[in-house]
Design a protein around this ligand. Sequence first.
Ligand code: DAT
Ligand code: MG
Length: 137
Amino acid sequence: MERTLSIVKPDGVKKNIIGEVIRRFESAGLRIAALKMIRLSMDEAKRFYIVHKDKPFYGSLTEFMSSGPVVVMVIEGKDAISKVRELMGDTNPQNAAPGTIRADFASDVEHNIVHGSDSPESAGFEIPYFFSAVEIC
Ligand code: DAT
Ligand code: MG
């Protein structure tokens, strides 16, 4: 059993596909263990994406992530981290496999609908960034 942190980004919320993203996770046998809608401040987005602080897209990425509400959730299941990454597809929707969330809905590499932790280490940072132990069911 493994847990990962996923986010429906502001573009996914605006496109009205929160339910579609959740449906794909649930259909793959994963379970929603925690979920809430929040609006990140610029500072909160910057701290969440601190690993990318030296990348050229850090400023626009964190501006985008704080531009509207997001849905953050803890996903639980066997191999949840890699399963969610597989359902998401490649970061750049042009390289994402057909049938993945990003191939189906993302408009470009920056506005790519969904986030998923990329390792147990990042899940270990990202889950408690948004949820306390009593909020995870
Ligand atoms: P992922 O979200 O697939 O884990 P990442 O961790 O490398 O990708 O990057 C985090 C986010 O930053 C990504 O979802 C969208 C944005 N991003 C990544 N590469 C980018 C680029 N070349 N130009 C603009 N935004 C980029
Ligand atoms: Mg990443």
